[in-house]
Design a protein around this ligand. Structure first.
Ligand code: FES
Length: 615
């Protein structure tokens, strides 16, 4: 088979690839992050690249590329990587707008102090101080010594067992014993190892993964890192991930590996920075939505997307580090807290733990807004949950110039209703590359206030503001900023407004169903907590203006950041919290929206925007 030479500046990576290889695969294999909102299906137009002159001459754009890219930009070599098969030597630059940058704002959240009492404990034992007869078996001697520390292990894992005789006879006469759940010896090391017992809390999101390393002896955080979930190459939508993982064993294993690789990379990053041996990580607590949970555990996820949307298991699970090949001590344990339902996962449970909503009085709403929005309503201790398929629009998916909340994304927008002047702010203050969910919501809220769109979300004809113009796709659009070198003007179109209407209606209708189930009206709501990375960026006033939330006073809305990671940390540090999580999961009453006529009705009602006089 013929092969061609592909060069990827500015990194200068060069590869020889077989004829017909898909360019997006080549770029990813070279280790570059490429946006791929639709998973390479040609729907999102987010995987733009700039081809060298040879490519422009020899690779004719297809219909899909013509739909997404203007003739002028096609002439300048802009193409979609997922639509480009390599048939000549090429130099390719990933367009600045298509680099999936570092996800911002996934790490911080509310913080809770928890008394450390982890499942995994470590003891320093002096063997020579023992009065136990040396002819006794090594493990029995060890057990008797550990008994004095009030731990009662009856089991020993294979790895420490195989080296036990040598370890017990090491010249220092001391050993460090690590025990899981007072039941199983998972490590025995020579001498007294100081600072050698760590755990990781992991929040596996559809879009991003966050990892926090904790010293289990003190409960102190060592460091936190986050990155895009490598599964994102298959598309942003959780339903697409389920579809891919359900399509075959190879695909399921690939998605599992991609999530594990992302977690392992983050663990390595922290360990390297703090000079910690990952073998001293003995415990992990992993939370995530039900699909991520199933995929990570190698559970066939297909039935999550088929009515009646039943998960395979909701109970808490413990697996060995080696079962998932996690970058930790392979005899250590990974704890998966319980799930609530097919679409309300342990991340939602972790949110409840971190916010202590299970103990709250009055009426509280908790929302984790993402491609799938989880909603919890707590009414004097009674907890209801539901989930709405809000789709990828809040994370920039399906929006013409939408992007994730990474550096260069427009996150704030204001429009002067008199002059039509637009002021925007990008993440990191760098030049604009696109617009993320919070920017889109701000922009739509500003468009409502400036009289650019009406209550139905339609552009009002003949608005004479300079930012409003006819769109090349037909209809109208608002131009947020003029073009940069290899991109078009950043605009928000009629279709984009429609995408947000559908997304926000799913959330608002879910809230309505829970409120109606509990016979609660808006005036009774005491608090609305919004978690998640999107939730930490959203402007609460804009969220009210476009009607994502009920019409409550601004002051009762709290942005709580990544509370799911905080909940996972709490469960890692404290066995009491792990037991509490089990109890809360049993107490939550799940309300299924999929076949609910009330939900359908409320969804239709919520599609419009509240006009000024309604607010
Ligand atoms: S169009 Fe290429 S990834 Fe979506």
């Amino acid at each position: 088979m013929k092969s061609y030479h592909v060069t990827l500046p500015p990194q200068g990576l060069a590869k020889s690839v077989p004829e017909g290889a898909r360019l997006d695969h080549v770029i990813r294999e070279a280790g570059l992050n490429l946006n791929s909102s639709c998973g390479g299906k040609g729907r999102c137009g987010k995987c733009r690249v700039v081809l060298s002159q040879s490519g422009v001459l020899q690779l004719t754009p297809n219909e899909i590329e013509r739909d997404h890219i203007s003739t002028e930009l096609l002439k300048r070599g802009i193409r979609l990587a997922c639509q480009t098969d390599i048939r000549c030597d090429l130099t390719v630059k990933v367009a600045q707008t298509s680099v999936a940058g570092e996800i911002q704002g996934v790490l911080k959240g509310i913080e809770r102090k928890v008394e450390p009492s982890p499942f995994t404990k470590q003891f320093h034992i002096d063997l020579h101080k023992s009065d136990i007869q040396p002819h006794e078996a090594d493990f029995e001697r060890l057990v008797q010594l550990v008994l004095r520390e009030n731990s009662y292990p009856a089991l020993i894992a294979q790895k420490p067992l195989s080296k036990l005789s040598e370890t017990m006879r090491n010249p220092t006469g001391r050993v460090t014993v690590t025990i899981w759940n007072d039941r199983e010896v998972i490590d025995v090391e020579e001498d007294h190892v100081l600072n050698g017992c760590f755990g990781v809390a992991v929040d596996v999101g559809t879009t991003k993964i966050a990892v926090c390393l904790i010293d289990l002896n003190t409960g102190n955080v060592v460091d936190t890192e986050g990155d895009i979930n490598a599964q994102s190459a298959h598309g942003d939508d959780v339903l697409v991930r389920i579809e891919v993982a359900s399509s075959g064993k190879v695909e399921a294993a690939l998605l599992q590996k991609e999530a594990v690789d992302t977690i392992n990379r983050l663990i390595s990053r922290i360990c390297l920075k703090h000079d910690i041996d990952p073998r001293h990580i003995y415990q992990a607590v992993v939370v995530g939505n039900t699909a991520m949970h199933h995929i990570l555990l190698g559970i066939f996820p297909e039935y999550l997307s088929l009515s009646p949307y039943a998960p395979t298991v909701t109970n808490a699970l413990d697996r060995k580090g080696k079962d998932l090949n996690l970058n930790m001590n392979h005899e250590g344990y990974i704890h998966f807290p319980p799930l609530i339902s097919g679409f309300v996962g342990s991340d939602c449970l972790a949110n409840i733990l971190a916010t202590e909503l299970h103990e709250s009085q009055g009426v509280s709403l908790l929302l984790d807004i993402g491609t799938n929005t989880e909603i919890v309503l707590v009414n004097d201790g009674r907890i209801l949950s539901c989930s709405g398929a809000s789709g990828p629009a809040f994370e920039g998916g399906g929006i013409k110039h939408g992007m994730k909340a990474v550096k260069g994304a427009i996150e704030r927008v204001t429009i002067d209703p008199v002059t039509g002047g637009i002021v925007f702010k990008t993440i990191g203050g760098s030049s604009p590359r696109g617009i993320c969910g919070s920017g889109v919501i701000d922009c739509i809220a500003a468009m409502i206030d400036a009289g650019i769109i009406d209550k139905k979300g339609l552009f009002i004809e003949n608005v004479s503001l300079p930012c409003v113009r006819p769109s090349k796709d037909g209809g109208w659009e608002i131009c947020i900023t003029k073009s940069s070198k290899d991109f078009e003007d950043i605009v928000l179109t009629q279709k984009d407004v429609g995408e947000i209407q559908v997304a926000k209606a799913a959330v608002r209708a879910g809230i309505s169903v829970l409120m109606e189930t509990e016979a609660v009206d808006t005036s009774q709501i005491d608090r609305i907590l919004i978690s998640g990375s999107f939730g930490s960026r959203i402007d609460p006033q804009s969220a009210l203006s476009i009607g994502i939330l009920p019409n409550v006073p601004l002051e009762i809305i709290e942005l709580i950041g990544n509370a799911a990671l905080e909940g996972a940390k709490m469960a890692l540090i404290s066995d009491r919290i792990q037991h509490l999580a089990q109890k809360i999961a049993e107490d939550v009453e799940h309300v299924e929206l999929a076949d609910s006529m009330v939900f359908q009705q409320r969804f239709i009602e919520a599609l419009g925007f509240p006009c000024l006089r309604d607010r």
